[in-house]
Each structure stands twice: as structure tokens, then as C-alpha cells.
Write a protein that binds this ligand. Structure first.
Ligand code: FES
Length: 383
């Protein structure tokens, strides 16, 4: 902002808001630190006749503002300015292109990971989230670069010194301040550089899409049955953390082991992670399966989803003596001897149970997938 000092409109009484012929309320004197009173301020009619630049100058003088240095970074209308405009505009176009890429990826890129192990070659779904992050990040980076280039290369650089004062501002100061702010906006060159203005508007609209697309896009297509199934299939062996199939003799009474299905990336399949528990003899005796799930245990072994039905945290704090599983996130408790029913805390559903059996080679197998959705409740759950 360039505000050359003006000799034309002395600040005078204007600092206190008093106009010619008006008395200051309570006979107030100029505050300490105020600039010296140099005479009466302009009348209402004179104020109304002033241009914005004149009001800016007057406001600066009243506030003791001095511009000690002001220089445009490049000569207005020069080749350098045109180049700077193109650079800023290119940055804002970069925002727009990044957002378009984000939207296209969001809609068109394959995002469902293949856990079946049947697929050949690279699983492009693995790139879905990184690519969304990349395009979102590049949109914001281009915006930042554009704004910095604009400030550095097109706005006047100035150093302004101002005395501080106290108390509410009178009308005249508010009016001149508004003019100053408008002048600041004017000095950004946004009115003059049509290309910058248009590309900024385009970039702003594109950035708005970043907020809208993930919200609306997620509602375009129904999720189908993907929330109802996990990679577990009948006959799949239960693998331990080391990838070795688990046998009954591998576990002591009262112990718990985390198991995964034998599929590629099985231990990265967040919804398949399961707790295999060997009950203590007295727990096995009093074990009460949930209705319809009587055949899901194998002798004194039971298997439950490790995903908390409240908010999806991994539940794995197993208290051997009481047979309780505790979720560390919000302290929900599940009673393993009662079909992993929720008995305390915010979780309202039992942990889903994986039906178990042992194959001819003596290894644990699942006899089917979980028969109810794992994890937190969602909008299409009917039970
Ligand atoms: S996520 Fe388990 S209690 Fe909240």
C-alpha cells in the first residue's frame, strides 16, 4: 500500500472525532502519544468529497502513521510485472488442475484392495489413498506458492510506522479505516490484474470442490455387501502372527492368540483380524453361546473379531481369570464366556464370532466368514 504523506488535510481535531464547532465529550484532551493537533479537521461535506486515497492519507495522519519506505517490486506495466502475473496465474491454475485430478481419482481410480490372493500383478488400489493425498497436497501447495508470489512480486513493499492509542474509535476514524482497507485491497492489484483475479476465483471454486467431493462422492454409490464380509472363507486355516497355521495343542488353557486368514496381505486386512481364545476348563463348562451360534466353538476354543463394536479399536486386553476382554479406547468390556457379549462401556453389540473347526491335518479352520458385520454399527445394518 502506498500512502504518501499529505500536507493537504491536517489531522487536527479530527483525531478526537470532533468537527468544526463540535465540543469533545467531557472536554477530553488528546491522549498521550497522539500526534500534535495542527488545526481543525475537515467537515462532513469535505469528507464526503474526498477520494479514497485522500481519506487513506488523512486516516494515516490522524493515527500518526508514517510511511518510511514504499516501493513496488516491479515497475507497473513492465515485462517483469507481466511475467509475475503469469507465474501467479500459473500457480492458481495448478490449484485447479490438482483439484480436477483429485476429483477424477476419487471417482474413477480402483480403490478396493484384493485380499483374495488371486489377482495378478500390481494392485493399483494400494495407490488410491496416496494419490488422493498427493493431489490434495499439490492443490494446497500451488495455492501457497501463488499467494506468496503475488505478495512478493506484485504488491508494493512498504514500511509503515504508527503510534498506538487507546479507547474507542470515533466515526471519522472508522470511515478512514474502511477506506484504508479498501485501498489495501486495491493495492493488491486484484482489480487491475484480470488474469490473477480470474484464476484466483477459479482456484477458489476448485478448492471448494475438495470439501464437497469426498462428502457427496461417498454417497453416490452404495457400499453393497462389502461391510458384511471379510476375507474369511470356509476351510481357511487360522494363521498366527508368524504366518504358521495354529493347532489346538499350540495354546495353553486361558491363552489368546491373534490370527489371520491365509490370504495375500491377510495380516494387513483390518477387518479379518481375529482373537483365538482357549478357555479355562471352568469357563468352558459355563460357556453360553449366543442364540444360533451354538456350533461356533471347537471344544474349549472360541474365536471372536478383534475389532471393537463401539468405534473399531483393536480389543486385545484379555483377562484370563475372569474371561473378560477390555477395549483400551473407551473401556468397553466383553464377556467371552457369554458369547463375547458387551457388559460394560459404550459398545452395545457383542463381538462377532468366527465359527471354528479342525481339519484332517489337525489345524484350526474357519467353517465360514463371520455371520454378522464386524466393527461399529453402520447405516445399512438391519440388526
Ligand atoms: S472403541 Fe472400544 S470402547 Fe470405544
Amino acid at each position: 500500500m502506498s500512502t504518501p504523506a499529505s500536507e493537504e488535510f491536517p489531522a487536527g481535531d479530527a483525531r478526537s472525532g470532533a468537527h468544526p464547532g463540535e465540543a469533545q465529550p467531557g472536554g477530553a484532551q488528546p491522549m498521550a502519544g497522539s500526534p500534535p493537533v495542527a488545526g481543525p479537521g475537515p467537515s462532513h461535506a469535505e469528507l464526503a468529497a474526498m477520494s479514497r486515497e485522500e481519506l487513506v492519507t488523512l486516516g494515516g495522519e490522524m493515527d500518526g502513521v508514517r510511511v518510511v519506505y514504499a516501493e513496488p517490486p516491479v515497475p507497473p506495466g513492465s515485462r517483469l510485472e507481466k511475467r509475475a502475473v503469469r507465474q501467479v496465474a500459473a500457480s492458481f491454475l495448478g490449484v485447479t488442475l490438482s483439484v480436477v485430478a483429485f476429483v477424477v481419482l476419487f471417482v474413477a481410480w480402483p480403490w478396493q484392495l484384493d485380499y483374495s490372493g488371486q489377482g495378478e500383478g500390481f494392485d493399483y488400489a494400494a495407490l488410491y489413498t496416496p494419490l488422493l493425498g498427493l493431489t490434495l497436497g499439490s492443490a494446497l501447495t500451488f495455492l501457497g506458492v501463488g499467494v506468496v508470489l503475488w505478495a512478493k512480486k506484485l504488491m508494493t513493499y512498504e514500511v509503515v510506522v504508527q503510534d498506538r492509542h487507546e479507547g474507542a474509535s470515533p466515526q471519522i476514524e472508522r470511515q478512514t479505516t474502511a477506506a484504508t482497507m479498501l485501498s489495501g485491497l486495491n493495492d493488491t492489484g486484484i482489480g487491475r490484474h484480470t488474469l490473477v483475479r480470474r484464476t484466483l476465483l477459479l482456484a477458489s471454486a476448485a478448492l471448494g470442490l475438495l470439501a464437497v467431493v469426498p462428502l457427496v462422492g461417498g454417497l453416490i454409490k452404495k457400499p453393497g455387501d462389502q461391510l458384511f464380509r471379510t476375507p474369511w472363507e470356509p476351510g481357511m486355516r487360522l494363521l498366527g502372527l508368524d504366518g504358521v497355521p495354529v493347532r489346538p495343542l499350540d495354546m495353553r488353557p486361558g491363552s489368546l492368540q491373534t490370527v489371520f486368514p491365509p490370504v495375500e496381505a491377510g495380516n494387513r486386512s483390518a477387518d479379518a483380524v481375529t482373537m483365538l481364545i482357549r478357555l479355562l476348563p471352568d469357563q468352558a463348562q459355563r460357556y453360553r453361546p449366543r442364540e444360533g451360534q451354538e456350533g461356533y466353538r471347537w471344544n474349549d476354543f472360541v474365536a471372536f473379531s478383534k475389532i471393537c463394536t463401539h468405534a473399531g479399536c483393536p480389543v486385545s486386553l484379555y483377562e484370563q481369570e475372569t474371561g473378560l476382554i477390555l477395549c483400551p479406547c473407551h473401556q468397553s468390556q466383553f464377556d467371552v464366556t457369554d458369547g463375547a457379549k458387551s457388559i460394560f462401556g459404550p459398545a452395545t453389540r457383542s463381538l462377532p464370532q468366527l465359527p471354528l473347526d479342525v481339519d484332517n491335518d489337525g489345524y484350526f479352520v474357519a467353517t465360514s466368514d463371520f455371520t454378522e458385520p464386524i466393527g461399529p454399527a453402520f447405516w445399512e445394518r438391519s440388526s
